[in-house]
Design a protein around this ligand. Structure first.
Ligand SMILES: C[S@@+](CC[C@H](N)C(=O)[O-])C[C@H]1O[C@@H](n2cnc3c(N)ncnc32)[C@H](O)[C@@H]1O
Length: 920
């Protein structure tokens, strides 16, 4: 069951008469438990309660209490041995009048009247395996409202299929935005009389819903008719009492989809929610899923937490404002100047979705303004901060509409909070005509016309606020002396996932800057547009983005263009997880990058855990987000010194029949013992890390004649030949038809074989390179060093190499993805003396011996950061000690210092070779 279905089920349960006998089962059914599970509980087979209630193992212990004894029953549930033994996560007691529950891990409790328990819907969601971030969970209203709007949306599309097609979808979405506004307005006295909208529909529309659409349409018409035009409008009396709202929201067509009986009842239900509790930060993000066929049902997936948004806004401009507030103290003039400054700050999010960055920015500025007013003894003073200073571009029409609504609601709520409801109401209607959120493609639109430089512009007032203005049309925005901050979380879209149009848009944005847009993520287009904008007006920008734009090949494709535009990195947050649902732990790994044209101290933020952030100050942040001069690591085809070349393992090229699982190999030998001499262990990264090699048939020219004589082998060889022959368009496969007894590549070691996995978990504190038996074959899913002196392994297994690879190579989410050309051949190593090499060889041997001591533990076991054996840690630590002394004469203090040194050495190395690319 998804969250929407659960909300529906618990609402029905709470509305029905309380059934003492069945409540626990009905409750569990509402959270998606299957009939068979409930049957077993009822029969007592799986019910572990020691209190006559129902205890589902690892889930919940429920007891129906005698009347008035809910609290005492909850205490008994808590004290129950079975609760602990069977690991209940929740306890719940109810007598049908009240309900109390506790989540045992967190100690969070709820106590409410029984019919209201669905209001605590978020609290119980983990029972259905849905764990959500606290902010959503604590805002049950937003979840319930979204859930109900969801149902209405689906029901209306059922009754009006034409409203679901591409042409009418925007109209449908516009209709939903109007409804949301009406629900909010009727509960906040904006419509003067509480519940007016819902009550009017209930009274004036027939029970069979046949004229619901007509009634709503008349109400909308009233809201679009100015008071002085009402007499000509011949509105029915019951519609005439609605105020004039417009502001674009009710202009144009007042067409309303037809309602079924069910849709009407859904509508009335939604009206019964308390819309004063709407939270525009969250609601907007959630509600946009309603209009998205794929996302509907996954409530809150799009929610971006306020702390994460503040990671962008605080360093971008809010921290500075707060500092200025403190500095101003009680100095009235300085406070007034700061207030003036606030009123001229524009925030521009060119991928604004439902406007959450803008809403948070608005609310934060209002808070600072209020603090100023308090210090100046002007508490009731109206705000100087115009909502029109918060501008956005959004591709999809529904989020764009919701963004504007969310801002309107945020403004109203701030007014109520800081000025009181009377004042808030007095300034609310009619809504302003100004256009702040443009529905369009940010990579095609001219940002300067949507958010023009200070003090210029011509007036554009749309009849319909949500229609995109023509491209390049300047919009009025007098803001002499003001500042603009660009922010947001634009779509990341890696190259593989970009549509042809998106690729073309990116090419256009990068035109005359770089031809190499092939590797770039779509998000990079926003960076370039921001730099162009920054060249026209005094602006700083900060975006959330995938970390890949600061790793690997994207660095040299993107960053020269940004630096050439005059911008540099003012601050950055190093990789952290941007989680939506707590359950979705995979999340995306993001960084935040702030750009500026101005010189100032640069700041690098590292999120160490949820509550701690480390800050490093530096004169410059390079495009790999390392303190130090700008430098670009360019892939290199050769090792620059005495190190052994590292190459991909052998590519089989359709030689699947030559690769064997252990059982297949055993069967082959069982069939003909002569096969044994042709069978060799085969390692890719996975096989090496898990200690589970596969096997392969390895035939060289020397023993080809013997191999031909063994049918068990030669049958397989012939199959390889046939497969390669069938790949007619593949020239390489065709060439290899002549040698079906071999992989494409034929590299093998004579004496010693080092393996380096390609992908390795970032949680391992070292890159787990290793020594394999010299007869082993390395598959192309790992790198190999053939007959390399062991000191090479000491380099690869060092912390220095770990930080280098983690920084300059691409990461797959957070996992390391090794590259020989970008990671090994570029790794700066000081000239090693014979003594150094001997010392490092010993270090590598010690690491291997330390591993050996735990035989048969695998690399995965040994390098699990929680259980890594002490002797292995010590061996690595010693290796680091020896190597770092070679680099620096002492240990490095931390990874930042390691990287600073490595970048410095890289610069020296490439300058010597005359091929480094450096940019100031
Ligand atoms: C990752 S979301 C961020 C939205 C919002 N700030 C949030 O945190 O939920 C990116 C937004 O960019 C919008 N978008 C995608 N391509 C766009 C384009 N070319 N121009 C403008 N907006 C775009 C998407 O529709 C989406 O709403």
């Amino acid at each position: 069951m998804n969250a929407v279905e659960i909300e529906q089920a618990i609402t029905s349960l709470a509305n029905a008469a309380f059934d003492r006998e069945n409540f626990p089962y009905d409750f569990l059914a509402a959270f998606g438990n299957k009939d068979t599970t409930l049957k077993r509980l009822r029969a007592g087979v799986s019910n572990k309660s020691d209190l006559g209630g129902v205890l589902q193992t690892s889930n919940i212990h429920i007891a129906v209490a005698p009347p008035g004894a809910v609290t005492i029953t909850l205490a008994a549930l808590k004290a129950s041995l079975a609760t602990t033994r069977y690991k209940a996560k929740f306890i719940l007691a109810t007598d049908g009048e009240t309900l109390e529950a506790e989540e045992l891990d967190s100690g969070d409790t709820i106590a409410c009247a029984y019919p209201d328990f669905p209001d605590h819907f978020g609290f119980f969601l983990p029972l259905a395996g849905i764990s959500i971030v606290r902010q959503i969970r604590d805002n049950a209203f937003d979840i319930r409202a979204t859930s109900r709007l969801n149902r209405l949306y689906i029901e209306l599309l059922k009754d009006n299929p034409d409203w679901g097609n591409a042409e009418r979808r925007p109209e449908m979405n516009h209709f939903m935005a109007r409804l949301i506004f009406c629900f909010f307005a009727e509960d906040t006295d904006i419509f003067r009389s509480s519940g007016l909208f819902t009550a009017t529909i209930e009274q004036m529309s027939a029970r069979d819903a046949s004229n619901t659409h007509a009634v709503i349409s008349e109400i909308f018409r009233a809201m679009n008719t100015a008071i002085d035009q009402r007499s000509q409008a011949s509105l029915p009396r019951w519609a005439d009492i609605f105020p004039y709202v417009n502001g674009g929201l009710f202009s144009d067509s007042v067409a309303v989809p037809r309602f079924s009986r069910i849709a009407r009842s859904y509508l009335l239900h939604i009206g019964q929610l308390d819309w004063t509790r709407i939270n525009p930060d969250i609601f907007g993000s959630m509600i946009q899923a309603v209009a998205d066929d794929e996302e509907r049902g996954a409530l809150g997936m799009h929610y971006t937490s306020v702390p994460n948004i503040l990671k962008v806004l605080n360093p971008l401009f809010l921290d500075d404002l707060r500092e200025k507030l403190i500095e101003a103290g009680d100095n009235k003039i300085r406070l007034r100047n700061l207030r003036k400054r606030l009123a001229r700050i524009r925030v521009f999010d060119p991928a604004c979705g439902s406007g959450n960055f803008l809403v948070i920015a608005y609310k934060q500025l209002r808070e600072i303004e209020y603090a100023i007013n308090e210090h100046r003894d002007e508490k009731g003073r109206k705000s100087d901060i115009p909502l029109t200073n918060f501008r956005g571009i959004e591709l999809r029409d529904f989020p764009a509409e919701i963004a504007r609504l969310a801002l309107i609601i945020a403004e109203y709520q701030c007014n109520v909070r800081y000025l009181g409801q009377r004042e808030a109401l007095a300034v609310f209607l009619p809504l302003s005509q100004d256009n702040w959120i443009t529905c369009g493609n940010a990579l095609k639109l001219d940002w300067l016309s949507i958010c023009p430089p200070t003090g210029t512009g011509t007036k554009l007032q749309g009849d319909d606020l949500f229609a995109a203005p023509p491209e390049h049309t300047p919009i009025d925005f007098e803001n002499e002396g003001g500042e603009t901050y660009i922010c947001g979380n634009p779509p990341y879209v890696g190259r593989k996932y970009q549509t042809d149009e998106q690729k073309e848009e990116l090419q256009n944005v990068f035109r005359r800057r770089t031809k190499d847009t092939l590797s770039l993520d779509y998000v990079t287009g926003w960076f370039i547009k921001a730099v162009d904008y920054m060249n026209a007006t005094d602006t700083d920008a900060a975006f959330v983005t995938t970390n890949s734009i600061c790793q690997g090949v994207q660095v040299s494709a993107l960053w020269p263009a940004i630096f050439a535009g005059g911008a540099s990195i003012r601050f950055a947050y190093l990789s952290f997880k941007w989680q939506n649902l707590a359950a979705n732990n995979a999340g995306v790994t993001v960084i935040i990058v702030g750009l500026s044209m101005k010189k100032s101290m640069r700041r690098l933020y590292t999120v160490t855990d949820e509550s701690t952030v480390n800050i490093v100050e530096t004169h410059n942040i390079n495009p790999y987000l390392v303190p130090g001069d700008n430098v670009f690591i360019v892939p290199c085809n050769q090792v620059p010194d005495e190190r052994t070349p590292m190459q991909f393992g052998n590519h089989p090229y359709y030689a699947n029949e030559l690769m064997l699982e252990p059982e297949e190999a055993a069967a082959l030998i069982g069939e003909d013992t002569r096969t044994a001499r042709f069978i060799r262990p085969l390692y890719g990264s996975k096989e090496f890390i898990s200690g589970n090699p596969r096997l392969c048939i390895w035939i060289t020219e020397d023993n080809l004649t013997c191999a031909k004589a063994i049918p068990a082998i030669w049958n397989r060889v012939e199959k390889v030949g046939r497969t390669r022959a069938s790949k007619q368009k593949d020239i390489q496969a065709q060439k290899l038809v002549a040698t079906p007894y071999q992989f494409r590549d034929q590299y093998e070691a004579e004496n010693s074989l080092l393996v380096v996995p390609i992908v390795s978990s970032e949680n391992r504190p070292y890159l787990p390179a290793g020594l394999l038996p010299s007869n082993a074959i390395i598959h192309n899913k790992a790198f190999a060093l053939y007959d390399a002196p062991l000191w090479n392994m000491a380099l690869i297994a060092s912390r220095l190499h770990w930080v280098w690879i983690g920084t300059v190579c691409v990461r797959l989410e957070m996992r390391f993805s090794y590259s020989n050309t970008l990671g090994w051949n570029t790794f700066p190593v000081p000239t090693l003396t014979e003594k150094n090499k001997a010392d490092l060889t010993r270090c590598a041997e010690d690491i291997l011996l330390a591993r050996e001591a735990h035989f048969p533990a695998t690399i995965a076991d040994l390098y699990n950061p929680d259980t890594m054996p002490d002797n292995l840690r010590t061996a690595h630590d010693h290796n680091d000690e020896v190597l770092e002394r070679i680099y620096l004469g002492r240990r490095f203090k931390n990874d930042t210092e390691r990287l600073e040194k490595l970048f410095e050495l890289y610069t020296q190395m490439t300058t010597r070779q005359g091929k480094g690319k450096h940019h100031d």
